[in-house]
Ligand binder design. Sequence first.
Ligand SMILES: [Zn+2]
Ligand SMILES: [Zn+2]
Length: 333
Amino acid sequence: MMSGINKRSKTYRLVGVALSVLLLLVAGCNLVSATYGPYYVFTAYGRAHGVGACMDGVLFRAQDGHGYLDIINAYYSGVEMGKTDDSQPIKVKCKDGEVRTYSLHDYLLQLAEEPDDYPYEGLKVLYVIARTYTLSCIQRGKHAGQGYDICSSGDCCQAFSESKDLSAFPNNVRACEETAGEIITYNGEPIIAAYCGSCGGHTDSYQDIFGQEIPYLQAKPDAFCQKSERFMETAILLTGELEALFDSHPDTSVGELTSLNLSGRTPGGRLREVAINGSEGIKVISGGRFAEILGFPSTRIFLIASPGEESSLYYSSIRGRVEFVEGFRVFNE
Ligand SMILES: [Zn+2]
Ligand SMILES: [Zn+2]
């Protein structure tokens, strides 16, 4: 367990990386200096739910030479490998709303989850996970009530595109066929092989995010996705701007902002709830709602500077390096 102090210095280092990235992104923009004022700095890590395999972590593990079975074991606890038949029929609700039947093999090939230059061992991980996940949807009857096995949405099931031109994805095709029939099992059954774009440095258990205890989906640290450019996002808001943002939604409107309580978290660091305290009372919202209001892709959000922390080392070290560009804010060294 890291101490609070170590956690903070780690955060600062990561922010430094982001600052250089942002600096590169805005190079050439006409930066407008403005009066510096008390501001809140929020950083969000990762994207989506953060349960199971982290595909950015898979990418960098594969790039570092890890084999696909090692990578699978890194994200799913106590699992074994099993076999299924790739010729079995799958009823897919396609993007046009029609339900069409594909073989498991053909369904998997039309998944639009990772590009063809994704590291090859990572693609093998993807196809084993996707094959397993598909079977678990059928087994759980996820969409059985609607008359099909799986839908085309990456947010609900897996991103499926009938228009994907397979000739442009030779490595995807090879990875699917080289792992033909391979699935991940627990107690002999295909696992719910949950995966997300990026865990932001720490996955969470299925129970903490979706409410059901699943022994092989536990919270795990993941240092590998930190190498991804989309590992973190930062938002900087003046107190008045944050107040105005909260004020524009009935469920967060509290008048003058006095404090934010971001202590309600999962073991993986995702916000369960946020208490917003202001002159007109307290509003408590879910972490998901808080992320939505701030425009972040994950609930693994940390408040890394606030007006009340003006004397902190971090705050003083970035003071004077913030510039305000019309419409958005960037760090500028
Ligand atoms: Zn679905
Ligand atoms: Zn990760």
